[in-house]
Ligand binder design. Structure first.
Ligand code: SF4
Length: 199
């Protein structure tokens, strides 16, 4: 550090009215440069913001996912950051520890991304497409309901129950989706009905 600064030199530097120049004259130029080098570019620059809902619990906090890669140009989009949505009426930008760790959940190697089936007798799951998965689910539900639907109880009272199949609903849905899910499940006579939020 140069401490051999004369009064004239100091006043000259101060007279320039620029703090950075004064620091440089005092021998702090390297610090300025190091400081400038240490300033990182804002990591969310040029990212795409996508609003979503935290999938973990029934609070259903709003999140913003920031991704890089322009899919309209054929690039692979990749989420690089997730944070609470400050405009969301439920959480106003806050997230609990589970929600704050959502990026790990999204990038987890064990994350289920498509329907899988373990066929009878098999010891492994195989990937199937959504059409086949939904067709199979609907077929099995229909067959089971036809075989086990209880229209009247032993006293002859109409009960319209279907208790041999259960339904697990997602908690990260809108009120409208939840309402429709409830109506479909209950109107089919299904009593075994729970929500992912309790798992
Ligand atoms: S951030 Fe936490 S409280 Fe909010 S929905 Fe996710 S798990 Fe629930």
């Amino acid at each position: 550090m140069n401490m051999e600064l004369s009064r004239r030199q100091f006043l000259g530097a101060a007279g320039a009215g620029v703090a950075a120049t004064a620091l440089g004259a005092l021998g702090f130029g390297d610090i300025e440069a190091a400081h400038a080098e240490a300033i990182r570019t804002f990591k969310l620059v040029n990212t795409t913001e996508t609003r979503n809902t935290c999938p973990y619990c029934s609070v259903a906090c709003g999140v913003i996912m920031y991704s890089k890669g322009d899919r309209t140009k054929g690039e692979q989009a990749e989420i690089i950051h997730i944070e609470g949505d400050t405009d969301h009426p439920t959480n106003r930008g806050t997230l609990c520890p589970k929600g704050a760790a959502l990026l790990d959940f999204v990038k987890s190697d064990t994350r289920l991304k498509y329907p899988m089936i373990r066929k009878p007798g098999s010891d492994k799951f195989e990937r199937v497409n959504w059409d086949d998965a939904l067709d199979r689910i609907v077929r099995l539900m229909k067959d089971d309901r036809d075989a086990n639907f209880v229209e009247k109880n032993k006293d002859g009272v109409t009960v319209n129950r279907w208790i041999t199949t259960g339904f697990l609903a997602a908690s990260a849905t809108t009120n409208e989706t939840a309402w429709e899910t409830y109506k479909v499940v209950r109107s089919a006579g299904m009593l075994v009905f729970d929500n992912q939020a309790r798992v």
